[in-house]
Design a protein around this ligand. Structure first.
Ligand code: ACO
Length: 325
């Protein structure tokens, strides 16, 4: 049976120029390179310049993704930005990106599911593309987590970074089997009873401030491995494949120990797991497209490969998405 799938036809990413090492952070909080690397695997993170809003990072990533897909901004008919650090409360960062890249009048909005944002956004975009409502969708994960840090809290400020990644989704015809190119299945979840484990203590209708990120790190850690493993299994089932058939796992890059823990729980070959956490730290909704871009650019992930994205973040939200490149 012939079906329309949404295929990833281009990927791009952008990291701000400034690199902040663990050693530099150890000058402002009581921490060490050794502690950070041992507990998280992180060596460094990138930080946006003061005058560089999230939309600027998103625009850089979007332009590269469009070029990789052989498209121009004039082709774009849907823009979804996954972010928890928008330029402004409104308009959406997606509308600002639309203005900056000179895309024509189209559909543009943000998705907010914190670190799971990109998995949510690509699944939402799949609905538009596969139903014929969009022919060239830009799905962007863009974050400046540095803006949410309490720089006196060593338990959080060492974990996060800034960056952006983007994919272009286009409709392709498939046969309705797991051999098709494009998005094959996803699984999305939220458990709102756990909002207090990971949140920002500010907002327009409460404090009137931006606020700072607060996290019960080890409790989040405990949920992460179990939740992510469940989402991976569900997304693989929705795609009609076994987890063992997946060529590449591109996880949210929060902590190397979580990535390893999920891999062990699912019996994954660690050579199939893409990890950029050492160089990027946790860039929330940007981390998956950043890692995807790195593994495509260095030739690991190739056309025809079965790829599985997975994430967990504030909400708590979690999810996974399987697609064939
Ligand atoms: N440097 C040195 N010591 C530190 C630091 C630091 N940067 N941070 C905490 N410590 C100390 C603590 O104070 C504690 O000291 P104590 O024993 O004297 O009280 C000790 O290290 C151990 O602290 P734990 O919190 O138990 O350390 P843990 O091994 O759990 O690692 C970490 C902490 C890295 C935060 C881990 O729990 C983690 O990665 N959690 C999950 C984070 C995550 O995945 N978030 C999800 C997405 S984020 C999003 O959605 C926005």
């Amino acid at each position: 049976m012939s079906v329309i799938r949404s295929a990833v036809t281009g990927v791009g990413a952008y990291l701000p120029e400034r690199v902040v090492t663990n050693a530099e952070l150890s000058e402002i909080v009581d921490t060490s390179d050794e502690w950070i690397q041992e507990r998280t695997g992180i060596r460094q993170r990138h930080r946006a310049a003061d005058d560089q809003p999230t939309s600027d990072l998103a625009v850089e990533a979007a332009r590269k993704a469009l070029a990789a897909a052989g498209k121009t901004p004039a082709d774009v008919d849907l823009i979804i930005v996954a972010t928890t650090t928008p330029d402004m409360t409104f308009p959406s960062t997606a509308s600002i990106v639309q203005r900056k890249i000179l895309a024509p009048t189209c559909i543009a909005f943000d998705v907010q599911a914190v670190c799971t944002g990109f998995v949510y956004a690509i699944s939402v975009a799949d609905g538009f593309v596969a139903r014929g409502h969009a022919k060239c969708a830009l799905v962007i994960g863009a974050e400046e987590m540095s803006r949410l840090m309490d720089w006196t809290d060593r338990s959080t400020c060492v974990l996060f970074g800034d960056g952006a990644g983007a994919v272009v989704l286009e409709p392709v015809e498939g046969q309705g089997t797991p051999a098709d190119r494009g998005i094959l299945g996803f699984s999305l979840r939220s458990d709102g009873t756990k909002t207090d484990l990971l949140y920002v203590d500010g907002g327009p209708s409460t404090t009137g401030t931006v606020g700072h990120l607060r996290m019960a790190g080890n409790q989040v850690f405990r949920h992460a491995v179990v939740n992510i493993a469940e989402a991976v299994t569900s997304a693989a089932a929705a795609a009609g494949v076994e987890v063992s058939e997946v060529d590449w796992f591109v996880p949210h890059q929060a902590n190397q120990r979580i990535i390893r823990g999920v891999g062990e729980r699912l019996g994954l070959d660690e050579n199939k797991v893409v990890s950029t956490v050492a160089d990027h730290a946790n860039t929330s909704a940007a981390s998956i497209p950043l890692a995807l871009d790195a593994a495509i650019r260095d030739g690991r992930i190739k056309r025809g490969d079965l790829v599985l994205l997975e994430a967990m973040g504030g909400g708590l939200t979690w999810g996974a998405c399987a697609f064939r490149l």
